[in-house]
Write a protein that binds this ligand. Structure first.
Ligand code: RM4
Ligand code: MN
Length: 389
């Protein structure tokens, strides 16, 4: 048992989870954005909050930026600020979904002027990556159609491919493009990248620096996401996760809140493929919004939920599972998996945190730290960050 515990702890110590800058800002639904006291006014303050998450968890050392929400004059100054706080800048997320010009699409728009504008934004994001030292450009397109006949489905794929090619060719040797898909929303009839197959096909066409990102909230109910994970891993095309959880649509709730078993099954495929460590090149990111709950502790909780699912996945007895599967023993195979899932890993995680010089209960430790009260008192005036929908 001690040997297993040591192996699990070593893997967990090396795990990296990236938090999203936008999760620290105000967010809401299309009905209402509720503001909260202490919310960051600038990307610098978002970094300060992200640094708290890392300080209390020890496994969240990078923060993803979203452009233009996180536009600053000097990206190197932002990177320096992050370094001073003990974190670094992570993926750059593009935004071609909040400009009036994009009403009928961005890179798939029938108007070549608008396509040019959208592609130029993506190229600008690569220039920002050059300054921040970011490896990943994450692309999500809201492009799609609300009505049959509204535009030519096939031609939109051509336009998409053309824009992706231009951006791909601009990437540096160590930079990657992460292509995200989403079943629906904001378009309801057809989405230009609706599923992993479409994202995968575009990535294959582009080359090895193009990888698929799985946002766990972007599937139909009941979709077997771990199958997609296994398939893309086998094809060497899984670049990243956007973790969050959903009950109905793209709910963006805390990962592991709605379906911790699904999260475990996903992490099981990752562990099985030996793809947990940074050398495997999979970015484990959160993509969440905290509309009604306090943001920093919610993000800490989310990081812990990923860690907990990972710990359970690491506890699966691989030899026993192989033996049971190879002999066609259905019940025993399922039993081996469930045995790991049903293990209470909280004592092991508490021990790990103590070993790492952290408080064993990061959410409560954060609450006790008084940081939340301090930012509420200090961050008065100015415009709170938010996604401005
Ligand atoms: C999208 C998608 C993207 C994220 C935006 C805010 O639904 O998940 O990853 O950047 O939301
Ligand atoms: Mn996402």
């Amino acid at each position: 048992m001690t040997e297993t515990a040591d192996r699990v702890k070593d893997a967990l110590r090396a795990q990296r989870i990236e938090t999203p800058s936008w999760a620290y800002g105000n967010s809401g639904t299309r009905f209402k954005v509720f503001t909260q006291p202490g919310v960051p006014r600038t990307p610098f303050e978002k970094i300060d909050d992200a640094a708290q998450v890392h300080a209390f968890t020890g496994v969240a050392p990078t923060v993803a930026l979203h452009i233009p929400w996180d536009t600053v004059d000097d990206y190197r100054a932002l990177a320096d600020h992050a370094a001073e706080r003990g974190v670094a800048l992570g993926a750059i997320n593009s935004n071609v979904f909040q400009d009036d010009d994009y009403k009928l699409g961005s890179v798939t728009n029938p108007d070549p002027r608008i396509r040019r504008k959208a592609t130029d934004h993506l190229l600008d994001c690569v220039s920002i990556m050059d300054q921040t030292g970011s490896r990943d450009l994450k692309l999500w397109f809201s492009d799609g159609l609300n009505y049959p006949g509204q535009d030519n489905l096939a031609r939109r794929q051509d336009r998409l491919a053309e824009a992706l090619r231009e951006v791909y060719d601009r990437l540096g040797d160590d930079q990657r493009m992460l292509v995200e898909y989403k079943l629906f929303e904001p378009a309801f009839y057809a989405t230009d990248i609706p599923d992993w197959g479409t994202a995968f096909a575009h990535c294959v066409e582009l080359g090895p620096k193009a990888q698929v990102v799985i946002d766990t909230g972007h599937h139909a109910p009941g979709t077997n996401i771990e199958f997609i994970v296994a398939f893309l891993l086998r094809q060497k095309r899984l670049g990243a996760f956007d973790f969050n959880s959903r009950f109905y649509a793209d709910d963006d709730l805390m990962v592991g809140a709605a379906d911790p078993f699904q999260l475990f099954r996903i992490m099981h495929e990752i562990v099985r493929a030996d793809a947990l460590g940074p050398e495997a090149g999979i970015a484990f990111m959160l993509d969440q919004c905290h509309n009604i709950e306090a943001k920093i502790p919610a993000i800490i909780r989310s990081v812990l939920n990923v860690q907990e699912a990972t710990a359970k996945a690491l506890l699966v007895d691989a030899d026993a599972l192989d033996a049971a599967q190879d002999s066609g023993d259905v019940l025993e195979s399922n039993d081996v998996l469930m045995d790991a899932y049903n293990t209470d890993v909280r004592p092991l995680l508490a021990e790990l945190r103590t070993d790492m010089g952290l408080d064993p209960d990061p959410v409560r430790a954060y609450r006790r730290s008084g940081y939340g009260d301090r930012i509420s008192a200090d961050r008065v005036g100015g415009d709170q960050a938010g996604w401005g929908a």
